[in-house]
Design a protein around this ligand. Structure first.
Ligand code: PEP
Ligand code: MG
Length: 825
């Protein structure tokens, strides 16, 4: 039986092969025809029923009585718009006649924000396309193509052939058209029937519509069930698209209460040990009246409370530095958020009190943010709750800046703590913090870490039973708090804490001084940074410059790539924070396992060996050109250089230079593969400097995935093979008089330091907080001894043997530096 599929839109009909998207162009989402639309209402292509497509609003499917389904997908990559600019005119289950309106879209907005407006109309289930109209204009309702419906073929294989496996959905936008097409393509060679099951609902794994209807989101666990011949093969095929969920998932929460009496375990948020007494902090939710005393009066009250809190925050920010200052400024800005203002003003105009209006507005936004699966967004929710509290205090007429009195050596115990509450604590008496809830990456944790206050979070409700004034030892090195410990334990902990604090203070005091070995070799200790806040922290910790600025942060978690102006401004801002010290701006290291929504890349079986670093940049020259121009502009204001990741040979650098603007600053390459290390001499000839990415170099040398949960111990950059590649890199760089740095995690490892110096590395780039200790370690080393140590390490047989050697060397250096700096060993 033949079914006519009529054009759902007016426009230019084109063959699928011309669609600017691989998935549709290769008919992986189904066969059909595409339309470059000139009208904005999608109409039904035949009589049928509207089929649900999850929560998508950019696509619609209609099923005819004979089972043929047509999917109309408006534009390319429109899933990323999350429904913005689309309005559904028919609901799932509606019966529609050919030509009935199904969906309207805002042509301008979608064209501006999506990759293309070209709209594929494809068969998403059975049937084969016969006559098609392409290469000409069509009016809505013209025949676009015809479909011969295919009868269901009897299932081959025995139903007893069955297999199942659980998978995690790895796609940013869940199971939408593109992943569904990849799944269908993977299953094509297999005869088995396969369905995916989520929350008790199942859908045919070969049908994009059925899969979208599951509403699976990124990270969800779906079960694949295959029956019929080659069921196992079909499941294996799925594994190439989806990520298998290992049996140990989900990871159990660590037990909160340890076996040691009086000990409660938590998560370390800021390292250190504190010995002191419990200081309980409770929070009360003060009731607020809903009804206001007239819109005028309430609006005036709200304005004055907001002004008061803002003034207070700005005053504190003016007196603060670094992370604390940034956070306070961010809060002051959030306070003036236009959405919060308009929501609260609307409520005030509707007769509500200023307090009620402000609380409703902040809570609504906080709730939305808290519901997102992004931890950083959840933390912005905590910021909003903090602002809610401060403005409500101001509205009640309480002092905004009231400091919380503390007894000496207080370990504050609370359910949760807000940044403003931490700031209000008397810093001279605050020894540590232990929270029943909270997260290790929350703003309050960042503040505590930057102030060197030991802090545990997520210790559970048991910690709230600790009585005020009770002696406690907070061990935020191991992750526990001991309540009322034996005197001997408390004394030992106090001694250890005092020693660590003295060491840290001495290291920090000397951090701005250069790191010079005992025999006069200057080692440059730079910082790795990923943001402006990192740059500020790097300077606080005495960084000599920035050896690696990972620019990915600017590109992730957004809908489109940052433009040239935005990038140039941000790079210059960060370089400015480094106060004229050199900054290596790394070009985008993205792709493979770090996807970005607006840069669709084919899903790869082996992402670590696929499109990454410079390969992604060269495959997206427009993105690369914009970034290089932005770096060049920043370099005109501050000493920025270009650092290129994942380079294997000089040809790639030549290809990159072809996209470089006039006046590009010095270029360096990262040595991250064995090939690059062994070819260091030829690379050094073509670039200005080399920087060893030891994380990737170790991963590729040892063939150990750097993210593998069970192989972490095997991934040790101190393996003699990795050290030999570092030696080869140094030799290659020297042949052309180029500098060589190490910027992977190895550079933050004090045990690796003498080996690196011994191998001839005189520049490292480390995590900011580790810099003071690294500099102190350098000052206790002798470069000739380091060379001897490295020579011996190169002859060792394992990373463990090298570690033993290194630990001995560090013990010697520690004794030397402590006697030099006056800290007792
Ligand atoms: C490295 O590979 O060591 C490196 C510094 O780069 P990234 O960790 O960003 O891959
Ligand atoms: Mg790397």
């Amino acid at each position: 039986m033949t079914l006519e599929v009529r054009a759902p839109l007016a426009g230019w009909a084109l063959a699928l092969a011309e669609v600017p998207d691989e998935v549709f162009a290769q008919a992986m989402a189904g066969d059909g025809v595409a339309i470059d639309p000139t009208s904005d209402v999608v109409c039904a292509p035949f009589d049928g029923v509207v089929v649900p497509v999850g929560d998508a609003r950019h696509a619609v499917t209609v099923r005819a009585a004979n089972g043929v389904e047509a999917l109309i997908h408006v534009g390319i990559d429109t899933v990323a718009l999350a429904g913005a600019g689309f309005e559904l005119l028919a609901k799932p289950g509606d019966r529609v006649a050919a030509g009935s309106p199904l969906l309207r879209f805002d042509m301008d907005a979608v064209a501006r924000n999506a990759r293309s407006l070209v709209t594929p109309v494809v068969l998403s289930a059975k049937g084969s396309v016969t006559r098609r109209t392409t290469g000409r204009k069509v009016a809505q309702g013209d025949v676009l193509f015809e479909v011969e419906s295919v009868e269901d073929s009897p299932s081959t294989g025995t139903p007893s052939d069955s297999a199942s496996r659980k998978f995690r959905v790895p796609f940013d936008h869940g199971l939408h058209v593109r992943p569904a097409a990849l799944i269908a393509a993977a299953l094509k060679p297999h005869l088995a029937e396969v369905e995916l099951v989520l929350h008790g609902r199942s859908g045919n794994a070969r049908s994009a519509v059925a899969l979208m209807a599951l509403g699976a989101r990124c990270g969800d666990t779906v079960e694949a069930r295959a029956t019929g011949s080659d069921a196992q093969g079909a499941i294996e095929a799925l594994a190439s698209v989806l990520s298998a969920v290992t049996e140990v998932q989900p990871r159990a929460e660590p037990p909160r209460v340890a076996t040691v009496p009086g000990r409660i375990e938590g998560v370390v948020a800021s390292r250190g040990v504190a010995v002191g007494v419990a200081a309980r902090m409770t929070q009360r939710d003060e009731p607020v009246a809903e009804a206001g005393a007239g819109a005028k009066a309430e609006s005036r009250a709200l304005r004055s409370a907001l002004d008061g809190v803002e003034e207070h925050l700005v005053r504190l920010a003016d007196q603060a530095q670094g992370t604390r200052r940034e956070l306070l400024m961010a809060h002051a800005e959030l306070l003036r958020d236009p959405a919060l203002a308009s929501q609260s003003n609307d409520l005030v105009r509707a007769g509500k009190s200023a307090a009620f209006a402000w609380r409703s507005a902040t809570r609504a936004s906080a709730q939305t943010l808290a519901a997102l699966e992004d931890a950083r967004m959840n933390e912005r929710a905590a910021d909003l709750r903090d602002l809610e509290r401060q403005v409500l205090r101001a509205l009640r007429g309480e002092a905004i800046a009231s400091a919380h009195e503390l007894a000496p050596r207080s370990v504050v115990i609370a359910d949760d703590l807000m940044p403003s509450q931490l700031i209000a604590l008397d810093a001279t008496h605050l020894a540590g913090i232990c929270l029943a809830r909270g997260g290790a990456t929350s703003h309050v944790a960042i503040l505590a870490a930057s102030a060197g206050i030991p802090m545990l979070v997520a210790a559970g409700p048991a910690v709230l039973d600790v009585a005020e004034g009770m002696p406690v030892v907070l061990d935020a090195e191991h992750g526990w708090i001991d309540i009322d410990p034996p005197l001997a334990e408390a004394a030992a902990a106090a001694k250890a804490a005092a020693q660590r604090a003295a060491e840290r203070a001495a290291d920090l005091a000397n951090a701005r001084e250069p790191a010079v070995t005992l025999d006069g070799v200057h080692i440059v200790v730079n910082a790795n940074a990923g943001s402006y806040a990192d740059a500020v922290s790097a300077m606080e910790h005495g960084a000599d410059g920035c050896g690696l600025l990972r620019t990915e942060f600017l590109f992730l978690d957004r809908r489109d790539a940052p433009g040239e102006d935005e990038q140039a401004d941000e790079y210059a801002r960060i370089a400015h924070a480094f106060g004229g010290r050199p900054v290596n701006v790394r070009t985008l290291d993205i792709g493979g396992d770090k996807p970005i929504a607006y840069l669709p890349l084919p899903r790869e079986e082996n992402p670590a060996l696929g499109l990454r670093g410079i390969r992604t940049s060269l495959a997206n020259p427009q993105l690369l050109r914009v970034q290089l121009r932005a770096i060049a502009r920043a370099a005109a204001k501050a000493p920025c250089r270009v650092l290129v990741p994942m380079v294997n040979d000089p040809d790639e650098i030549a290809a990159l230079r072809a996209h470089a603007p006039e006046g590009l600053p010095a270029i360096g390459v990262m040595i991250e593969t064995p090939a690059a290390a062994l070819a260091a001499r030829s690379l050094a000839k073509h670039v200005d400097f080399l920087s060893i990415g030891s994380n990737d170099l170790a991963q590729y040398t040892l063939a150990v995935d750097r993210g593998h949960p069970d192989l972490a111990r095997k991934l040790d950059a101190l393996h003699p093979a990795v050290l030999r590649l570092i030696a080869a890199t140094v030799e290659g760089a020297r042949a052309h008089g180029r500098s060589v740095s190490v910027c992977g995690a190895m550079a933050s490892d004090v045990d690796a330091l003498p080996l690196l110096i011994g191998l001839g590395v005189h520049e490292i780039s480390a995590t900011p907080s580790t810099i003071p200790r690294l500099k102190r370690t350098v000052r206790g080393l002798d470069s000739a001894e380091c060379a001897e140590l490295a020579r011996r390490a190169l002859g060792e047989e394992s990373a463990a043997a090298v570690r033993d050697l290194a630990a001995q060397a560090r013990a010697r250096a520690r004794a030397a530096s402590q006697s030099a700096s006056g800290v007792s060993p």
